[in-house]
Write a protein that binds this ligand. Structure first.
Ligand code: CA
Length: 263
């Protein structure tokens, strides 16, 4: 489904990215299996990115510090420094903490995915993966980062939108509008929705959601997060399917929903 949607919007994305291609965006692929590394590099270059493959976590960390790439595709099972440690160090280092990371790993177990996301990876793809799907995730992440930088630069109103503007979250007014009508959200619910809407399509773990609402006096647990999410879904009404449960991992805002008409 992701693949199909990506194909459909590819033209628009290419058009949009054309305006800021001063130099090519650089992608560092950290992968110790040569065939997989080359396969990703092939697809990345075909997409117009400059791509390098490094097979060791230690060498990758040195290269990342020397010249931070625009995005890192990171395997977890590496011969020396493993991928989770690479992720942790990239996020610790002031000069590299902004660099987006997509984990691409055969370690599909929940604990690895959850740990990777909590260490600050932006997304994950489990092996075996389709290179097209991986590239769609790459484009999506880079496009979103560009868009948020652009709107910050323009000093635009601090809004998050989804489902073709049927859902609008206003961070300045702290309001949520569903199909044009303002719906009452508690502070926690607002923070959680903001957390999901700030990265549509990307999974947020329950602990990340708890961190996003840390100011609340109430002690938050995984269970209370689930309760908040149930309430958010009710308040979203016809748009409740926007919030998806990712089993064993957390929640995400569905970015694939297009306006399919009012009932
Ligand atoms: Ca590996």
């Amino acid at each position: 489904m992701i693949g199909l949607q990506a194909e459909g919007s590819m033209w628009a994305i290419r058009e949009a990215s054309r305006c800021h291609v001063a130099g090519k965006k650089t992608i560092l692929i950290v992968e110790d299996e040569p065939e997989i590394g080359e396969l990703i590099r092939f697809h990345a270059e075909r997409e117009g990115y400059e791509a390098d493959v490094i097979a060791s976590g230690k060498t990758a960390l040195e290269a990342i510090r020397r010249r931070p790439p625009d995005l890192i595709i990171l395997d977890l099972m590496l011969p020396d420094v493993d991928g989770l440690e690479v992720c942790r160090q990239v996020r610790w280092d002031e000069t590299t903490r902004h660099v987006p990371i997509i984990i691409a790993s055969a370690r599909g177990e929940e604990t690895y995915i959850v740990t990777g996301l909590e260490l600050g990876a932006d997304d994950y793809v489990t092996k075996p993966f389709s290179p097209k799907v991986l590239m769609a995730r790459v484009r999506s992440l880079l496009r979103r980062l560009d868009a948020s930088q652009h709107s910050r630069g323009q000093g635009q109103a601090n809004l998050a939108r989804a489902a073709g503007d049927r859902l609008v979250l206003d961070r300045d007014q702290r309001t949520v509008a569903v199909d044009g009508a303002v719906v009452e959200f508690t502070r926690c619910e607002f923070e959680i929705l903001d957390c999901l809407m700030s990265k549509p399509g990307f999974v947020r773990t329950r602990d990340q959601i708890i961190a996003a609402i840390h100011g609340d006096e109430m002690v938050q647990t995984s269970r209370t997060v689930d309760v908040h999410l149930a309430s958010i879904r009710r308040k979203l009404g016809a748009l409740s399917d926007l919030v998806q449960t990712v089993r064993g991992v957390g929640y995400r805002l569905d970015e694939s929903i297009v306006d399919d008409g009012e009932e």
